[in-house]
Design a protein around this ligand. Structure first.
Ligand SMILES: NC(=O)c1ccc[n+]([C@@H]2O[C@H](COP(=O)([O-])OP(=O)(O)OC[C@H]3O[C@@H](n4cnc5c(N)ncnc54)[C@H](OP(=O)(O)O)[C@@H]3O)[C@@H](O)[C@H]2O)c1
Length: 209
């Protein structure tokens, strides 16, 4: 697939390396494309770096791995119709005070970009773990939670999670993703195998409803 990754940091860089190794074409979107020669070198021939809007336009699926406050500045018109994977987490110390209007963080992201098909993924496992995976040292069976209101978009993203050697687990819609979002989610940063993860998710979602 043609995949864009916005953000070249702890999350974007290793996911891009893993997707490229799985055979995808990866277009990083950076504010400073000229600064990323080393990333291109480490990620191989399937990878290039462009300006963010150009990367979005080149891709079928876009991963945003940006500071949460920066997500609202993305070009909504370019994202329309695209699957937007949202990895960002809200931290007021870094992002300032943002009124989420009572929404989960990723529902708020979806509200910023009407017409994009938002899927929350790659948000709850540390960049250090992702980097180990990209360096060939995957821990077998670690689960990555994934949520979306759009079931078809979720079905497209699940194999992209598997391509990074993580195990996707469907955690319902974007409001359900509160159980693993930053600040309040008991499963934020959880490192679980599939059986334990399913049990924890079922327990928490039952309590929420
Ligand atoms: N680190 C983790 O363990 C981890 C795990 C899961 C999720 N997350 C979440 O995923 C998101 C990305 O985390 P990260 O650790 O990869 O962040 P990071 O290392 O700081 O990288 C963020 C990237 O975003 C780009 N960017 C675009 N607009 C920006 C702006 N206004 N200010 C700063 N950077 C901007 C930068 O790339 P260019 O300069 O090339 O444009 C930068 O490399 C965050 O929301 C974080 O909370 C982090």
């Amino acid at each position: 697939m043609q995949l864009a990754i916005l953000g070249t940091g702890n999350v974007g860089a290793p996911v891009g390396r893993l997707w490229a190794a799985a055979g995808h074409s990866v277009f990083f979107g950076s504010r400073s494309p000229e600064k990323h020669a080393a990333l291109i070198e480490s990620a191989g021939p399937n990878v290039s770096v462009k300006r963010p809007e150009e990367a979005i336009r080149s891709a079928d699926v876009v991963l945003e791995a940006l500071p949460f406050h920066a997500v609202a500045t993305l070009p909504t018109h370019a994202l329309r119709g695209k699957i937007l994977i949202s990895a960002s987490n809200y931290f007021p110390v870094r992002d300032g005070n943002i009124d989420l209007q009572g929404l989960s963080q990723t529902s708020w992201v979806a509200r910023q970009h009407p017409g994009s098909r938002v899927v929350k993924a790659f948000s709850m496992i540390g960049g250090n773990v992702l980097n180990r995976y990209a360096n060939g040292a995957a821990e077998e069976g670690l689960v990555m939670f994934i949520s979306a209101d759009d079931q078809e978009a979720k079905a497209v993203v699940e194999p992209l999670v598997r391509d990074t050697k993580l195990v996707p687990l469907d955690v319902g819609d974007l409001e359900d993703s509160r159980i693993y979002q930053s600040l309040e989610g008991p499963l934020f940063d959880a490192r679980l195998r599939i059986d334990e993860a399913k049990a924890e998710v079922a327990k928490l979602l039952k309590k929420d409803r």
